[in-house]
Design a protein around this ligand. Structure first.
Ligand SMILES: [Zn+2]
Length: 373
C-alpha cells in the first residue's frame, strides 16, 4: 500500500493528491519534497516542462497485471524456444544470431525489472518486488532492491554528481563525447567480445554492497537461490547449455547493447532547452527493437518526465506529448540507435532541426489513447 508514485512536478494543477490503483496516495505539492530522503522517490527536482492533466496521467499510469505477466512469460518463453531451436538446428551462424536474440531477451528482463523497481508491474507491493527480484533481476546477477536505490537517485538528481550513474562515469574516458570513430569502435568491440565482462561483474557487485540497504536475511535468501540453482544445473547436466545460452549472451551481446542504450539515454545531447537536454528518445528500427531496445525502452525522455507510466503505455504517452506545446520542438528525438552513435561522433544534432521532420508516422497515431502498446 506504499506504492508511491511521485508526480508532484508533472501536473498542470498542483496542490492536490491522487490515489493510484495500487492504493498509493500521491502528493502533488512540490513543496513536500523531502531532500533528506533522496532514494525513496522517483521524481526529479527539475520541473517537467510539459504538462499532463490529472486524468491523462492517472489513465496512463494504470497498472495492468495481466499485461505485466504476459510480457514476463513471453520473454522467458522466447528464451527457452530459442535454445530448443538452436539445439535442434545447430549451426554456428544460427548460434551467433541466438546469442544476440537471447542477450536482447536478457535486456528485456532487465527493462521489466526496471518497471518493477518503479513498482509498475503489480499493484501489490510485495508481489511486485519479489517478482522483480526472482524472475527478472537475480537471473541477470543483479538485485532489484539495490538497483532501486541507485535508480531513484538517478531519477531525482539526473546528470548531477548526486546521480549515481553520472557520478560513476566521471573520469571515465569511455563516457566522454564526442568521440572519434575508432575510439567508439574499440569500446564497442571490447563489449561485444566479452573483454568488458569483468567490469560488468564489478558493477553488479558494487550494486549489492552493504550500503544498498538490503537486510542480511535478504542477502542470504539471494545467495541460497544461486546455490540451489547451481546444484540443480549441475545434477541435471545443464552446465554447458547454461554457459552457451545464458552466460555467453550476457557477457557479450547484453553488455554491447546495454552500452549503446545507456549512451542513447543521456549522452551526447545538445538540447536548446535545459529541461529537454538531459535525455534522448530514439525511434528504433524493427531490428533494433528485437535485438537492442525492447519494451519501449527507447522512450526514455517520456520515462524521466513521467516515471509512473508503465512501459507498455510509453508509446501512447509519447503520442500525447507530441500534441502538447513545446514537446515536439524541444525534445531530442533521434532516428535509430545508429543515429545515436553518429551523434556521439559529433554528427548532426537532431535537436537543432524541427522535430516534425524525423517523426515516424506511428508517432502521431493514438494521441488520445492511453492503451497502445
Ligand atoms: Zn527509471
Amino acid at each position: 500500500m506504499n506504492n508511491t508514485v511521485s508526480i508532484n512536478t508533472q501536473l498542470s494543477n498542483k496542490g492536490s493528491a491522487l490515489n493510484f490503483p495500487g492504493g498509493s496516495k500521491v502528493n502533488t505539492q512540490a513543496s513536500t519534497v523531502n531532500q533528506n530522503e533522496p532514494t525513496t522517490r522517483d521524481d526529479s527536482f527539475v520541473e517537467v516542462p510539459v504538462k499532463l492533466t490529472k486524468e491523462e496521467l492517472v489513465s496512463l499510469s494504470r497498472i495492468d497485471p495481466l499485461r505485466s505477466t504476459f510480457h514476463i512469460v513471453a520473454e522467458w518463453s522466447m528464451i527457452i524456444g530459442a535454445i530448443i531451436l538452436c539445439q535442434h538446428f545447430w549451426h554456428p551462424l544460427l548460434y551467433l544470431v541466438m546469442v544476440a536474440f537471447i542477450g536482447a531477451r536478457q535486456h528485456a528482463l532487465m527493462i521489466l525489472m526496471h518497471d518493477g523497481v518503479h513498482r509498475r508491474l503489480y499493484s501489490n507491493r510485495k508481489f511486485n518486488d519479489w517478482m522483480a527480484e526472482i524472475v527478472l533481476a537475480w537471473p541477470n546477477l543483479i538485485s532489484a532492491r539495490a538497483y532501486r536505490i541507485n535508480h531513484f537517485g538517478h531519477h531525482r538528481y539526473l546528470n548531477t554528481l548526486e546521480d549515481p550513474d553520472w557520478a560513476r562515469r566521471q573520469g571515465d574516458d569511455a563516457w566522454v563525447f564526442p568521440k572519434k570513430v575508432w575510439d567508439l569502435g574499440q569500446i564497442l568491440l571490447r563489449d561485444i567480445s566479452g573483454l568488458n565482462a569483468f567490469r560488468l561483474l564489478m558493477l553488479a557487485r558494487r550494486l549489492v554492497s552493504k550500503d544498498t540497504g538490503m537486510t542480511r536475511s535478504f542477502v542470504m535468501v539471494r545467495y541460497a537461490f544461486y546455490a540451489v540453482l547451481a546444484v540443480v544445473i549441475g545434477f541435471a547436466g545443464l552446465t554447458k547449455p547454461v554457459l552457451l545460452y545464458w552466460v555467453i549472451p550476457m557477457f557479450t551481446w547484453l553488455i554491447f547493447i546495454f552500452r549503446i542504450r545507456s549512451i542513447a539515454e543521456h549522452s551526447a545531447i545538445d538540447g536548446r532547452d535545459a529541461a529537454y537536454a538531459q535525455t534522448r528518445t530514439v525511434y528504433p528500427t524493427i531490428l533494433e527493437r528485437i535485438f537492442l531496445a525492447p519494451k519501449h525502452v527507447n522512450y526514455h525522455l517520456e520515462h524521466h518526465f513521467f516515471p509512473s507510466v508503465p512501459f507498455y503505455r510509453l508509446p501512447a504517452l509519447h503520442a500525447l506529448l507530441l500534441t502538447k506545446p513545446g514537446f515536439a520542438d524541444s525534445a531530442h528525438l533521434t532516428q535509430s540507435y545508429l543515429g545515436v552513435l553518429k551523434e556521439c561522433l559529433g554528427g548532426k544534432d537532431r535537436a537543432a532541426e524541427p522535430a516534425e521532420s524525423i517523426l515516424p508516422s506511428f508517432a502521431m497515431e493514438g494521441a488520445t489513447s492511453s492503451g497502445a502498446d
